[in-house]
Design a protein around this ligand. Structure first.
Ligand code: WTA
Length: 648
């Protein structure tokens, strides 16, 4: 049974995993055996798993093609269809009546969608897309609230070989336009609006605004009527989703595509430049979404109700709200709305009402709900929960303990999963019924994943040491590149260690027991409420305002968000409080509300070295209100420090 025991090493708490002989990986011996299979026969093991878990139209003969590294190919000559693996094969296995999606709207409306019904809708949507001219290889942007139609749109794309790119619904029209243009999308699927805090947040007007300013590639917009907003229909371009689907037959043969066919593009922030379109391939991604569901969540498709709270606009929503649970033939829950509406008990009420058994969320949500108090979860019956997960940022041990005790009743193992948009699925995580957990540690790499902590020369650090997190061998669900920019892919991820290792951009430490502790980004990427934002993107947004001459953005620790955004701004005009709110609104318009700076500080100058580099470490200390430890003797103008330290 689970219980805290003092570790002799590091004096950290260690929680022994609960016993469950029915678990897929019931103990560490199984974990080590599985790892050993990969050590002994890397490609053979991947090949065997891919044959076992995927329905192939045409079997593959080559498992891994590394002849053009780092452009790796997996199962390249195999042919497969994603939607068929997520839907048809379960219906053919007699599971048509099983619930695929439980959806709850913010107002309390509930829909249960069976596999048979989902398949029929996906076929209609796929036919409708074809009728709008979408063919294999075309890109479709999905800009939707968390409603089942979003999952239908994703699956419909995969049915006909179109590549989707989901854009988070809270991104602005400008951010949407940038992504639509980069992807060269022919179709945008959207809704009139989505519910947030009891109100409808309009989406279609953002699409109109995005397309108005020149997205010549887009031919049609499919609009789901959901929020009751009036829609400004553009003749010839806009099409009503329901009408289009109703006009179509509910049968559409799944198109077999190459395993390497781009399944989707998902934009994410990096340390430089505009967001990059991370490309994922069909076969490898499908395989890893299934295996990680089974290993990391111990997902049981016949009895679990799985709820990942992430929006489909992020990779977590792709892999663990949609593809993973459906590829396994299980039940996934989608909730449209905020976690604290109408009160801070909403998530726990949903868990109780629908009998959620596996719950997956972000530390930022946990911290916000801790603040709301224990009374909320205590009101609801959480006894069905059996596995809890976290993702997106390091979880502080206090939040881990609360999650474990108050939500998990001290009974549920916690899987702290480290991964990235680029990795497609989990990489480092405890296995719920095998790994002894330490609050705040993602523990060990999964079987098949060769992760290491290395120094700047690429040498593995010893136990108890920190360094950079790398992956030393390719894996099936790895990104295949950055859309339209092969060189940037090579430079960003592979150049640091001369093509030998995938560089994740995170720092990590390995403790005396070999547990991995993720320390956070080592580049200029912020992690705000579990969302990635590049400091440069926010700086560019600020500088695009007429009043701003120069801007530097850094993160500072924040109790709830993990990291808050602090902007140091040099103005071309007189400072004022109004200007601060104007700049915040401007960033929301350029990127989206999640990128709004929490602090804006005006100064005459930014601290720079004599060679002209912004002293970011100094700015981080100032933002956090820490003592300045950096040597500032090279700083040209010492007065700026006092200015920058002055708060609102
Ligand atoms: C961070 C989200 C600590 C990390 C799936 C990574 C984490 C970035 C964890 C990727 C974790 C994710 N512990 N840090 N369990 N999970 N991160 O692409 O900095 O939105 O590089 O993917 O989030 O964010 P992304």
């Amino acid at each position: 049974m689970s219980g805290a025991i003092e570790s002799v090493l590091n004096e950290t708490r260690v929680f022994t995993p609960p016993d469950d002989s029915a678990a897929r990986i019931p103990d560490m011996a199984h974990y080590h055996a599985l790892r050993k299979r990969f050590d002994d026969d890397f490609t053979g093991t991947w090949g065997e798993l891919a044959r076992q878990h995927i329905h192939w139209h045409k079997p593959f003969s080559s498992v891994l093609d590394d002849s053009d590294a780092p452009f790796f190919k997996w199962f390249a000559d195999g042919e497969v269809n994603m939607s068929e693996n997520c839907l048809d094969r379960h219906v053919h296995a007699g599971l048509g009546e099983r619930t695929a999606i439980i959806w709850e709207g913010e107002s309390g409306e509930v829909r249960h969608i069976s596999y048979a019904a989902l398949l029929a809708d996906v076929c209609r949507a796929a036919n409708a897309m074809r009728q709008l001219g979408i063919e294999q290889g075309d890109r479709v942007v999905i800009y939707m609230p968390m409603i089942p139609e979003a999952a239908v749109a994703m699956l419909a794309c995969t049915r006909i070989g179109a590549t989707h790119s989901v854009v988070f619904g809270a991104f602005s029209a400008n951010a949407l336009r940038e992504r639509v243009m980069d992807a060269g999308a022919k179709l945008v699927v959207t809704a009139d609006g989505g519910w947030r805090r009891g109100k409808v947040h309009a989406l279609k007007p953002s699409v109109d605004a995005a397309l108005e300013k020149g997205c010549a590639c887009v031919e049609h917009v499919l609009v789901v009527k959901h929020g009751g907003n009036d829609v400004d229909w553009q003749q010839g371009r806009d099409v009503d989703w329901r009408q289009a689907l109703n006009a179509q037959p509910d049968i559409c043969q799944p198109l077999a595509v190459d395993a390497e066919h781009p399944l989707f593009i998902l934009y994410t922030s990096g340390s430089t430049g505009s967001p990059k379109g991370i490309v994922h391939a069909t076969g490898g991604y499908l395989l890893w979404s299934i295996l990680t569901m089974q290993w990391v969540f111990d997902f049981r498709s016949d009895s679990d109700v799985f709820w990942c709270t992430a929006d489909i606009g992020w990779i977590t929503g792709h892999t663990y709200s949609v593809y993973g649970p459906l590829a396994c033939g299980g039940t996934t829950l989608m909730y449209e709305g905020v976690p604290t509406y109408p009160d801070a008990g909403r998530l726990w009420k949903i868990c109780a009402d629908h009998g959620v058994t596996v719950f997956y969320t972000a530390p930022t949500a946990i911290r916000a709900l801790i603040k709301a108090g224990d009374a909320w979860p205590k009101k609801h019956d959480l006894s069905k929960l059996r596995v809890l997960g976290t993702v997106g940022e390091p979880i502080n041990p206090e939040a881990w303990m609360w999650y474990h005790e108050v939500i998990g009743g001290g009974r549920c193992p916690i899987v702290d999963t480290w991964w990235q948009t680029e990795t497609g699925g989990h990489m480092i995580s405890p296995l719920p019924f095998a790994t002894a957990t330490k609050p705040g540690s993602a523990s060990f790499p999964l079987p098949g994943i060769f992760a290491e902590v290395v120094d700047l020369e690429g040498q593995a650090v010893g136990k108890g040491q920190g360094g950079l997190l790398v992956v030393t061998k390719p894996w099936p669900s790895m990104l295949r590149g950055i859309w339209g920019d092969a060189e940037r892919y090579r430079d960003t991820y592979w150049q640091k260690f001369d093509g030998r290792y995938y560089f994740a951009g995170d720092g990590a430490r390995k403790d005396e027991d070999g547990y991995f502790w993720i320390m956070g980004r080592v580049d200029d990427v912020l992690n705000v409420s579990g969302h990635r934002l590049g400091t440069m993107e926010i700086e560019s947004a600020l500088v695009s305002h007429a009043a701003v001459a120069e801007a530097a953005v850094v993160g500072r620790p924040d109790d709830i968000k993990g990291e808050a955004i602090c902007a140091f701004v040099i103005l071309k005009q007189q400072a004022s409080d109004d200007l601060k709110s104007e700049l915040r609104a401007h960033v929301a318009l350029e990127i989206g509300p999640i990128a709004k700076p929490d602090d804006i500080r005006f100064a005459d100058n930014l601290p720079k070295t004599r060679s002209g580099k912004i002293m970011r470490r100094l700015l981080r200390d100032i933002a956090a209100g820490r003592e300045i430890t950096q040597d500032i003797s090279t700083l040209e103008d010492h007065r700026v420090i006092a200015q920058l330290q002055a708060k609102d």
